[in-house]
Design a protein around this ligand. Structure first.
Ligand code: PLP
Length: 393
């Protein structure tokens, strides 16, 4: 346990009890060589698991050639990677960032600049949803308007209006001539692993199309294969105007992006936005290999298969254990709602060498690497089962 009173690090994460020194596939190891099955995946980040040889090699080989030039100079790898993203999504333009919150910030700028370009000066407001999480920067805090994250940091920014989740009538009532965009996570992550109903997403899509409102998805957590498709919006058979991505994109290397159509990003011209590190050669070299791997034949099929296996096994445990109130989620982003405090149950999982992450609404989140095997899922299920057999009220 690190002593936060003696630490030189701002104690925003509280006390942290374990240090991992090595990772391999779905496993993490302490300096005592204690082995943990990682179903937290670095909070839905380690898409290819820990130290996947293909990304280790990509990073090593790039590190020996070139680290950083700034975005003042052309980078053909950046261009190739952006092309690959666009060829496999709705997007036509990419802006590279270093994190999810930065991708959200860029998306908000795309929204405002689009309506400004078209002289729709009243369209400034972005509608977001109760339970949303978009990050920790001021625009993201303002967008999610959740006191858990924003208390003490006021004033927040104007221009965001919050609607109840999955309530289409309330949403329709909120739309007026000031509405610029609707921003939604197709699968709420931090808010409690709540996948939005696909019909709800389709209705939002139609409202946006009919009213010149931009549809902006936050796929920071749900994107890059986590749902069993490259992007989770694909399940609804609709296409957004903008999405924010990060997390699984670099499988642990910090990289994010804002993706948009040419139409939506028409005003993102020279000088309107920038990032010193965004699209850095090291990040690009890793990101490109991660995407190429996800796009390989059968990769996403096997994510879907193993995800369904995890879902079915969890549903069996739900029947067996009163401690489980609900199983929810999609793909490899699943939540167990527990009767007792989620953090207490997650701690018991950890004592039994299974890592998970808590989320709001008393959820224990499972977001293992996308390369997790059926055997590893079975091991996790055994640990959950055994832990719940022995847990005391
Ligand atoms: N959006 C969603 C849906 C997220 O889950 C997160 C992080 O958990 C963010 C945005 C912010 O990402 P980052 O922490 O990389 O800034």
């Amino acid at each position: 346990m690190n002593d936060i009173n003696k630490s030189y690090i701002m104690p925003t994460y509280g006390e942290r009890d374990i240090e991992f020194v090595r990772g391999e596939g779905c496993f993490l190891f302490t300096d005592q060589n204690e082995k943990y099955l990682d179903f937290g995946g670095g909070i839905a980040v380690n898409s290819l698991g820990h130290c996947h040889p293909s990304i280790v090699n990509a990073l090593k080989s790039q590190a020996e050639k070139l680290w950083h030039t700034s975005n003042l100079y052309f980078n053909s790898q950046q261009e190739d990677y952006a092309k690959l993203i666009c060829q496999n999504s709705f997007a036509e333009k990419v802006f590279f960032t270093n994190s999810g919150a930065e991708s959200i910030e860029c998306g908000i700028k795309v929204v405002r600049s689009y309506h400004n370009y078209h002289k729709n000066y009243s369209r400034k407001n972005i509608i977001t949803f109760e339970g949303a999480f978009h990050g920790r920067t001021f625009a993201a805090l303002s967008a999610q308007n959740n006191p858990t994250y924003s208390n003490g940091f006021e004033p927040l920014l104007p221009g965001f209006i919050q609607a109840p989740f999955e309530d289409i009538e309330s949403l329709i009532k909120m739309i007026d001539s000031t509405t610029a965009a609707i921003l939604i996570e197709p699968i709420q992550g931090e808010g409690g692993i709540r996948p939005a109903n696909l019909n709800f997403l389709r209705k939002i899509y139609k409202i946006c199309k009919d009213n010149d409102i931009l549809l902006f998805f936050d796929e920071v957590q749900s994107g890059f294969g986590r749902s069993g498709k490259l992007f989770s919006y694909e399940w609804a058979n609709i296409e957004p105007d903008i999405i924010a991505v990060a997390k699984g994109m670099g499988s642990g290397f910090p990289i994010g992006a804002c993706l948009a159509t040419s139409k939506a990003s028409i005003a993102m011209t020279k000088g309107t936005h920038g990032s010193t590190f965004g699209g850095n050669p090291l990040a690009i070299s890793v990101g490109k290999v991660v995407l190429e791997t996800i796009l390989k034949q059968n990769f996403l099929n096997s994510v879907d298969l193993v995800a369904r296996h995890l879902w079915n096994r969890l549903k069996q445990l739900e029947k067996k254990h009163e401690e489980i109130l609900e199983i929810r989620g999609a793909g490899l982003l699943l939540g167990i709602k527990t009767k007792q405090k989620n953090s207490k149950v997650a701690l018991e999982f950890k004592k039994n060498k299974l890592l998970s992450v808590t989320a709001a609404d008393n959820i224990i989140r499972l977001a293992p690497p996308l390369v997790v095997t059926i055997e590893e899922v079975n091991t996790a299920i055994k640990i959950i089962d055994k832990t719940l057999d022995n847990i005391n009220d």
